[in-house]
Design a protein around this ligand. Structure first.
Ligand SMILES: [Ca+2]
Length: 417
């Protein structure tokens, strides 16, 4: 029993322990939390089921403390180490594992603390996704193809597609989304659960035990990060993020996060439940002292879930002016839902065939195509867009431009008139 647990048992829900539960739960007895605010479940409200019928079987891990499984079980992840998000062991050398690395030093800013993702495939060196992408420790330029794995950049994201197993989208900073291919139904393990469409049986430990104890489950999937000492080995109940708050502050936090229960977010309620995101938002705001950037980021997570489920909340950021995104590149505008395989001047084969529908970020306005670092109208595309393949080495003249075609059949340097 940790020291705060001992104090908790002595406290009998004294005012200072009113927020000793997770996810908007409130202590009503030392051994009992009232979890009704956000429909949480578990003895200390650690979990929230996402009952949204249209959520897209995407496992999401965002900020430092939030995971929603493929099957829609959200839980508060208190750990600060490295964990297996998704794994799969196969005898034919098709095994893979996706790990997430949280920041052991993270203080009050859950979205600016470091976070990274590692991909391991049988017989291959680690692919590491952080601000940069590395393979076996060496930086790689995207797009990059490695066996049956393709990586490409889209807006601020890195999209990784494993031909037969999954699509992964890493937002470059604080969130990763994974969707398995249909043939992997029920065949995964790790923090993302078993992907069998039943949220009730997701908490299976590394040792194959089904548990209702989030701490035991999470602890069993902890990995020892390379070059780091092993993390704490106790599995005592973690400290809830809102424990130190007083009722007045909590009222403010609830009001801020309950923005998700009102317009413009209500347009998505029938598809994706806002409750796991409202609950995770309160945890983030308790950690960050109500910081506005954290608040916008917490709300953005629900907007992303809606866009990924095919219900993008276009314009929510302009309705909440504090959350407006200003794109660095002049040609770009902010878009809630950039297709993961956007229209391109190049043949379609160059695009990652994504299971995840779209991502948010700064990109060419609708109707324009990203080409050579800028945005062009479809008619301004280089000449092979018209469906003609020119032989390698030839120079093609058109009234607009002259292009030399390289040996690989790709467009080389263009010479404008
Ligand atoms: Ca399940």
């Amino acid at each position: 029993m940790s020291s705060w647990e001992r104090r908790l048992h002595r406290a009998k829900c004294a005012p200072s322990y009113l927020f000793s539960c997770f996810n908007g739960g409130e202590c009503v007895h030392p051994a009992f939390c009232d979890c009704r605010r956000f429909n949480a479940t578990g003895p200390r409200c650690q979990m929230v089921y996402n009952a949204g019928p249209e959520r897209d079987s995407i496992c999401r891990a965002w900020g430092q403390h939030h995971v929603e499984t493929f099957d829609g079980l959200y839980y508060y992840l208190s750990g600060k180490g490295s964990y297996t998000l998704v794994g799969r062991h196969e005898p034919e050398g098709q095994s893979f594992s996706i790990q997430v690395h949280n920041d052991p030093q993270c203080g009050s800013s859950p979205y600016t603390c470091s976070k990274a993702v590692s991909l391991f495939f049988a017989g291959e060196q680690e692919i590491h996704l952080a601000k940069e992408v590395t393979h076996g420790g060496a930086r790689v330029q995207l797009p990059h193809v490695m066996g049956s794995v393709r990586l490409q950049r889209l807006a601020g994201y890195v999209i990784v597609r494993h031909q037969s197993a999954f699509t992964l989208a890493w937002d470059g900073a604080s969130a990763v989304y994974i969707k398995m291919s249909p043939e992997f139904l029920g065949w995964t393990h790790g923090l993302c659960g078993n992907n069998n469409a039943d949220p009730q049986d997701d908490l299976v430990t590394r040792y194959g035990k089904l548990t209702d104890d989030v701490v035991e489950f999470v602890h069993s999937w902890q990995e020892q990060a390379p070059n780091q000492p092993p993390g704490p080995t106790t599995s005592s109940l973690p400290r809830p993020p809102c424990l130190q708050q007083n009722p007045g502050t909590m009222q403010g936090v609830y009001e801020q996060c309950e923005a998700l229960l009102r317009p413009p977010f209500d347009a998505c309620h029938a598809y994706v439940s806002p409750l796991p995101f409202t609950a995770s938002c309160t945890s983030d705001l308790c950690q960050s002292m109500g910081d506005e950037a954290t608040w916008c980021r917490a709300l953005a997570e629900y907007a992303r879930a809606c866009a990924q489920a095919g219900q993008p909340l276009q314009g929510w950021r302009t309705q909440l002016w504090q959350c407006t995104v200003h794109c660095k590149e002049k040609a770009f505008t902010y878009n809630e839902c950039i297709a993961c395989c956007p229209a391109s001047c190049q043949p379609r084969a160059s695009c990652v065939d994504s299971e995840i529908a779209c991502v948010d970020g700064c990109y060419c306005p609708n109707g324009l195509i990203f080409e050579d670092g800028g945005c062009v109208a479809p008619a301004e595309c280089p000449c092979e867009f018209h469906g003609t393949l020119y032989p390698p080495g030839s120079v093609v003249k058109e009234d607009c431009n002259a292009w030399s075609v390289s040996a690989a059949g790709k467009r080389g340097v263009g010479h404008g008139h």
